[in-house]
Design a protein around this ligand. Structure first.
Ligand SMILES: Nc1ncnc2c1ncn2[C@@H]1O[C@H](COP(=O)(O)OP(=O)(O)OP(=O)(O)O)[C@@H](O)[C@H]1O
Length: 257
């Protein structure tokens, strides 16, 4: 028996002006699980996550957040999730702390709980001293970290993160990975996309490899490595390259004019 299903993806598709960016997708992510969405540029990772976060309307199919349809019950679905885009939009004229206060008021958080939680996260991310500064003065990595802090203080049951480690220095990246581990241990389903296969290998309970909008395979990093051991080398990167290159030779989706 596995943990409860946090995200269910059912025949989810997306077309942009007749071109299919995401072909019918089906998979699940469970509570307590870190799921890595791996794929080359343009594979459909962001499009899929934006649909599941309720930010982009699917062309067909549906996604469920703890059983709530993103199409039919978008408010209930969104209340349970957080989405961290690759370039988070933050408010330049707010300080980091004002931003967190704003999130706390939107989600009506109990100040006896969120303030302590926020302070702990700020400390973990070395943001305590800069929390009083306007966010327009923050570096890219600091913006990523304050946006993640904002996402975590309302304790979502599902968190989607688009390329969360890009732009982080090694310490921040390590802290982020530790925090994602703890977040999953507390019961949250963590769903993130990455190109960084070593990060995925270390961190993910399961990965899904997506290429040209099709999910090629899902499984634990260990199982994928074992399954492909006779063809690929020993790393997840070898498996990823082999799978996406193999699919590449099956021909392009459209003709180059
Ligand atoms: N608004 C849009 N209009 C038209 N095509 C789009 C739009 N958004 C995405 N696409 C196309 O959909 C496909 C998937 O894009 P997506 O951004 O989901 O890929 P990705 O896997 O997140 O890539 P990357 O790793 O480069 O961020 C690409 O071919 C992209 O050009």
């Amino acid at each position: 028996m596995h943990d409860s299903t946090a995200v269910e993806v059912n025949q989810l598709t997306k077309q942009f002006k007749g071109a299919t960016a995401v072909h019918p997708l089906n998979f699940e992510v469970h509570a307590h699980e870190i799921f890595g969405f791996l794929g080359p540029n343009g594979a459909g990772k962001t499009t899929t996550m934006r649909m599941l976060a309720g930010l982009l309307e699917p062309s067909s199919g549906d996604g469920y957040i703890h059983g709530k349809s993103i199409k039919n019950h978008p408010l209930e679905a969104k209340q349970q999730l957080a989405y961290l885009p690759d370039k988070p939009d933050i408010y330049p004229k707010l300080t980091g702390w004002e931003f967190l206060q704003f999130i706390a008021s939107v989600f009506k958080l109990d100040k006896n709980i969120w303030i302590e939680h926020a302070k702990r996260l700020l400390h973990r991310f070395d943001l305590t001293e800069s929390a009083g500064r306007l966010m327009e003065t923050y570096s890219h990595g600091m913006k990523q970290k304050i946006a993640l802090t904002g996402a975590l203080i309302h304790q979502p049951s599902v968190i989607f993160l688009d390329e969360p480690t890009v732009g982080l220095d090694p310490k921040s990246s390590r802290d982020l990975r530790a925090i994602l581990r703890e977040t999953a241990a507390d019961g949250t389903a963590v769903f993130f996309s990455t190109h960084m296969l070593d990060v995925a290998d270390q961190l993910c309970d399961r990965v899904g490899i997506i290429h040209r909008g099709r999910l090629l395979q899902t499984g634990t990093p260990e199982a994928l490595k074992q399954e492909h051991a006779s063809h690929a080398g020993g790393s997840l990167e070898d498996v990823f390259l082999r799978m996406t290159e193999q699919h590449e030779t099956e021909g392009p989706e459209g003709e180059v004019p």
